[in-house]
Write a protein that binds this ligand. Structure first.
Ligand SMILES: Cc1cc2nc3c(=O)[nH]c(=O)nc-3n(C[C@H](O)[C@H](O)[C@H](O)COP(=O)(O)OP(=O)(O)OC[C@H]3O[C@@H](n4cnc5c(N)ncnc54)[C@H](O)[C@@H]3O)c2cc1C
Length: 320
């Protein structure tokens, strides 16, 4: 039986929810599904991962310690684990970390790498990717001994497939890396990872200045949403580039995307068109986004956003 490995990502000590959709894709292949974990608590992770078809959680240790991030050391450790467990297909998230790690693993294995996949078939070794700023979907086939796929966070649905996961340790013997990580500084942009968020409220040029983004932060707080931005807002210096959504920013797939004062350029859509529901707040009824969203609110965002925040802050009926 074929074995598939899923590279698990942890944030602030917790399993990123978007790992689960990747586990489901691995489980769908019908092969044995193994999770590789380089940080975090393996027993805790196993308790969740086994609900999504993961049969074994392998806690990988390196000569340089368990939880110290070094992409070169981690890539080497992952390859050793792949060889030991006879794994030929590796799946991970196309996150900042995944883009660094998976590319290194693929390069060393001389394996084909498909990044930002929105669907994957591990039996046929095919994956779908969005092309030309989302105007087309292309299906790629990978060939060779090894296959590496980076999945767009939240693009795949997590489907429960309960089983019992064993936990094992694997000690990789990693040599002296050419790269050392001196300092890791968390971004100041958002408490919630933009690519992981279920709800994103984004602002564009219509926000007028950086201070007005506090309106979005206040609204976001009420529903544990993340704040995003268009490139126009980022280029104006109102918010950090870490918040930019779009072709040259982050690609996001939240359940709900609320665009405030954003016109809906193709480059912005390239980053958020796979959102479940798109809501646009724009005072121009002819703005491109108004015909491309699920719900259009044709009004001044400075009236709507504070009103929305007040409404969301009010305790819901039935809640204590
Ligand atoms: C190679 C390339 C890459 C790019 N990558 C990206 C990218 O990654 N992400 C990105 O976003 N863009 C990107 N762009 C830029 C993109 O083309 C647009 O210029 C940009 O998305 C426009 O941002 P915006 O919608 O905020 O601004 P605008 O297009 O100026 O739209 C502002 C909107 O706000 C509305 N508005 C104004 N005031 C209010 C108000 N009070 N209430 C309600 N509505 C209001 C207006 O009606 C208007 O529709 C890229 C461009 C290029 C060429």
């Amino acid at each position: 039986m074929k074995k598939i490995a899923v590279l698990i990502e942890i944030r602030d000590g917790k399993l990123k929810p978007s790992n689960l959709g990747v586990c489901s894709a691995a489980h769908e292949s019908g092969g044995e599904c193994i999770a590789f974990l380089l940080e975090g608590n393996a027993a805790d992770a196993a308790a969740t991962l086994q609900e999504y078809g993961i049969e074994k959680v392998v806690e990988i240790f390196t000569t340089h310690g368990a939880a110290s991030w070094n992409p070169e050391v981690w890539a080497e450790a992952i390859i050793q684990a792949m060889v030991y467990y006879e794994i030929h297909a590796l799946l991970g998230l196309a996150s900042m970390q995944g883009k660094d790690l998976l590319a290194r693993v693929a390069a060393r294995l001389e394996a084909p790498l498909l990044m930002d996949c929105i669907a994957v078939n591990l039996v046929r070794h095919t994956a779908k990717k969005s092309q030309f700023s989302g105007k087309a979907i292309a299906e790629f086939k990978t060939c060779g001994d090894y296959h590496v796929y980076g999945i767009r966070p939240n693009a795949l649905t997590a489907v429960p497939a309960p089983c019992r996961a064993a936990v094992e340790s694997f000690k990789a013997s990693t040599g002296s890396p050419g790269l050392s990580v001196k300092n890791l500084q968390p971004g100041l942009a958002n408490d919630i990872d933009l690519t992981e968020a279920n709800v994103i409220i984004s602002g564009g040029r219509g926000m007028e200045n950086g201070d007005n983004f506090n309106l979005l932060h206040a609204c976001a707080q009420t529903i544990s949403a993340a704040v995003g931005a268009s490139r126009a807002a980022v280029d104006a210096g109102w918010v950090s580039h870490a918040l930019q959504v779009g072709q040259t920013g982050k690609t996001v797939s939240p359940k709900v995307y609320i665009a405030c004062g954003i016109s809906g350029s193709v480059q912005h859509f390239a980053g958020m068109k796979t959102a479940g529901i798109i809501i646009a707040i724009n005072k121009d009824p002819h703005a491109a986004i108004m015909s491309k969203c699920d719900y259009a609110v044709c009004a001044n965002l400075f009236d709507i956003v504070p009103a929305l925040t007040r409404k969301l802050r009010k305790p819901h009926k039935g809640s204590k």
